[in-house]
Design a protein around this ligand. Structure first.
Ligand SMILES: NC(=O)C1=CN([C@@H]2O[C@H](COP(=O)(O)OP(=O)(O)OC[C@H]3O[C@@H](n4cnc5c(N)ncnc54)[C@H](O)[C@@H]3O)[C@@H](O)[C@H]2O)C=CC1
Ligand SMILES: O=C([O-])CC(=O)C(=O)O
Length: 274
């Protein structure tokens, strides 16, 4: 049997060069055989290059730069604003736009607009499973009636610094776990966009932004970012708990987020995908 010709390298462009971006680049560098080239990083104007960018990696700050780069995949690991700023052009420039800042999609008009652009251009918008496990099962379960989906996020008090939760409790003063938010996924992600993107992923996989029930917890007795999912419906019952290691460079963010994005990218290049 003749060997198949080698597939061209996958051309990757990142939006954001923070905790997730740097970690994805580090993990990909450990798999050179997968042939994923970081060809560009989108930054805010004036941002410095990072030492983990390869020499050939271009810094992109405007839509024309992204169009000219013509990547295969654009991965957003930046902010809710970045999805608004770059989603449209990414879907025109690449065949796939993977986003982490799922909280942007609580804006129904933006979500509809980007979905339409994806349909019109033949590209795909993919919400990264990010910090979560179990999403594939909830998405599959939604093919039958789903009665109930709840998502609890439990993080150390310090992870809620810089959010509206600071008006509700003193992160240094808690001696026991505090459930400081109960509401819908839409409300949770709108109020806590840097900490609760994952509830949007759960919601869009299952019963939607307004029906998915969310609890947010500050817990001085954990040093991990914990996600608990419960779903019940005609498929049966799902209970999933993942206790994620936080990233040293951004403790609000779980290392699993970068691991799962890297896995997605590697899967794009593998002949066997699990
Ligand atoms: N879906 C999920 O499970 C998770 C999602 N996230 C989200 O992923 C995103 C990235 O997280 P981290 O890497 O931890 O954040 P980070 O703060 O460490 O890095 C973000 C980088 O993106 C840049 N950036 C922000 N807005 C930008 C814009 N409009 N244009 C260009 N660059 C921009 C920042 O300057 C920074 O360099 C955040 O929105 C975070 O909330 C984080 C963890 C889990
Ligand atoms: O990294 C995590 O554990 C989840 C997170 O911050 C988010 O959903 O925005």
């Amino acid at each position: 049997m003749r060997a198949a010709p080698a597939a061209p390298a996958l051309r990757l462009c990142l939006i954001g060069s923070g905790a997730i971006g740097g970690r994805v680049a580090e993990l990909l560098a450990a798999h050179p055989g997968a042939r994923i080239d970081l060809v560009g990083v989108i930054t805010r104007p004036g941002a410095s290059r990072r030492d983990w960018w390869s020499a050939g990696c271009q810094q992109i700050t405007d839509p024309a730069g992204l169009a000219a780069l013509a990547p295969d995949v654009v991965v957003e690991a930046a902010s809710r604003q970045a999805v608004e700023d770059w989603g449209h052009v990414a879907l025109h420039a690449a065949r796939e736009f993977i986003l982490c800042s799922a909280s942007a999609l609580t804006d129904d008009a933006l979500r509809d607009r980007l979905t339409q652009v994806a349909g019109a251009t033949g590209s795909r918008m993919v919400i990264a499973h990010g910090a979560l496990g179990g999403i594939q099962a909830i998405s599959a379960a939604s093919l039958r009636a789903l009665n109930q989906v709840t998502h609890v996020i439990r993080k150390p008090p310090a992870a809620w610094r810089g959010t509206p939760a600071e008006c509700l409790f003193d992160p240094d003063g808690l001696d026991k776990a505090l459930v400081f938010f109960r509401g819908s996924a839409r409300e949770a992600a709108s109020a806590y966009p840097a900490n609760a993107n994952a509830v949007v992923t759960t919601a869009l996989a299952g019963v939607g932004l307004d029906e998915t029930r969310v609890e947010l917890v500050a817990d001085p007795h954990t040093d991990r970012n914990v996600h608990q999912l419960h779903a019940a419906g005609d498929f049966g019952i799902l209970n999933m708990t993942i206790l994620n290691e936080p990233m040293p460079s951004n403790p609000k963010t779980s290392d699993m987020t970068a691991l799962s994005i890297t896995r997605m990218l590697l899967d794009r290049t593998m002949p066997l995908v699990v």
